[in-house]
Design a protein around this ligand. Sequence first.
Ligand SMILES: [Zn+2]
Length: 169
Amino acid sequence: MTVPLRPAALSLSAATVPSQPAAVRSASPPPTAASSGVRTWVRRLWRGGQVTESCPSWCASAHANDENGALDDLVHVSSEAVMHLPVWDAEHGTLAMPVLSARISVHPYSETSTWRIPHVTLEPWQDEVMECLDPAEFAAVIAQVRAHCDRLDGVLARLVAARAECGGS
Ligand SMILES: [Zn+2]
């Protein structure tokens, strides 16, 4: 999956190619896409007043529960890149477990400056999280995973050799 690491200014391609799945586009209450392609909606604040919000081009959130709330509740989230591995499970035989799930987030009103710029939230395995990775930190994780895949290739080669040695295949 290719996702920009920062909200880019709207380009013609971003304006003409829908980037959100149908479920996101049809969710209620939907942010509306203006003729510019930017999704905007009015959010009423619990402490009074309202603010017009605009989604970055990569945001896939329906913001279904974001009509009302505290100012700093708002989070824009991209679609998720994830793979599933069939892990043994006593009850179901195998269970498709999500592994290395990554999505881009930004908390535009966070008190923490690093959360106010797009960052990656990575779940190496279910219910565990590496929060707020910047591009360099995320690239370092990707390099580790890639290097580990090379080591797994080594295990595969040794497995094939081991099976050949005992007459299997
Ligand atoms: Zn959004």
